[in-house]
Ligand binder design. Structure first.
Ligand SMILES: Nc1nc2c(ncn2[C@@H]2O[C@H](COP(=O)(O)OP(=O)(O)O)[C@@H](O)[C@H]2O)c(=O)[nH]1
Ligand SMILES: [Mg+2]
Length: 300
């Protein structure tokens, strides 16, 4: 048998559908998703293993301009994902027009000798004519290895995308997998749990409040039938703290219920989730805090 292994970098604008695609491919929730930009903060690996191939997908925070230290950390993640990738999939939401700077970006990747596939996402939401228009624009760019229209929600053309990726990877006579065959992410259960709480917060709170939240798990105690999890929700201001808690605690109760259900699905057991809200002024700009909350701040 011949074997294939590769790192696949997923990039594109915020909201293009990168995290949703990775979850669809891995059939496990490794990356949280939401309609809001900047949902993903860290690079997350989602690993797909079949008898003959192993593909490690790198989900990135997406390309955007940097404002604070957390933003810089996120952009550094995008750059490092590109450096280590064997194939890059550039995701583009079909409903949004392809902008000049995106075309430039794709051309730059090709110049840098990256193997680039463009995935046109969310085709379940767009008219066919729109998809064809986009295909026509993209086919003008020389050097794109493949263009695949997909829907991660309806699982359309996901296999075709995987085939396009595999076509670009060399085959090997020896099994060159780099991860255990039952591993589906490089992240710990604790990381996934804190991400799920952040995802629930992104759905429940409005505007800038959820973007200023960090999650710190202070207790993770697995007993026979139940896991006890204590969590500090770190926010930037007293006013945010009262919004997060809500009148008579209704909002935080909603957050706890929403997150608990998803964490129980992930862990496959009952959990007791306790949430505490703390204020840490301007944590997104403080290297010590960034480190404490899982965002390593050693960037240039
Ligand atoms: N209808 C539809 N919605 C999608 C699809 N892929 C992603 N979305 C939605 O688009 C939004 C952004 O997706 P997400 O994966 O978080 O984007 P990311 O920022 O690129 O990681 C979410 O609300 C997803 O549910 C798709 O194939 N079809
Ligand atoms: Mg994402």
């Amino acid at each position: 048998m011949k074997y294939k292994f590769g790192y696949i970098g997923l990039i594109g604008r915020a909201n293009a559908g990168k995290s949703t695609l990775i979850n669809a491919i891995i059939s496990q929730k490794v990356a949280i998703t939401s309609p809001k930009p900047q949902t993903t903060r860290n690079n997350i690996l989602g690993i797909l293993t079949t008898p003959s191939c192993q593909l490690a997908f790198i989900d990135t925070p997406g390309i955007h301009t940097t404002k604070n230290a957390l933003d810089k950390y996120m952009m550094k993640n995008v750059r490092s994902a590109l450096g280590g990738a064997d194939v890059i999939v550039y995701l583009k939401d079909c409903a949004k027009s392809l902008e000049q700077d995106e075309i430039k970006y794709i051309k730059k990747l090709i110049e840098d000798e990256q193997k680039v596939i463009v995935a046109l996402t969310k085709i379940d939401l767009t008219q066919k004519s729109r998809v064809f228009e986009m295909l026509a624009v993209l086919s003008e760019i020389n050097g794109i290895c493949d263009i695949v229209p997909i829907s991660s929600v309806n699982m359309i053309n996901i296999d075709e995308l995987l085939t396009a990726i595999l076509n670009l990877l060399p085959s090997s006579d020896v099994k060159n997998f780099q991860f255990n065959e039952d591993e589906y992410t490089d992240k710990s259960i604790k990381f996934l749990v804190s991400e799920i709480i952040r995802e629930s917060a992104l759905y429940i709170y409005k505007e800038e409040v959820p973007h200023g939240i960090a999650i710190d798990i202070t207790k993770f105690d697995e007993q026979k039938d139940i896991t006890f999890i204590d969590v500090d929700i770190i926010c930037e201001r007293e006013t945010h703290k009262s919004i997060i808690i809500g009148k008579s605690g209704v909002k935080i109760k909603k957050l706890g219920e929403n997150a608990r259900r998803k964490i129980e699905d992930l862990l496959g057991c009952k959990i007791m989730l306790k949430l505490f809200v703390k204020v840490e002024a301007d944590w997104r700009n403080k290297p010590n805090n960034l480190n404490d909350f899982g965002y390593n701040s050693n960037f240039d």
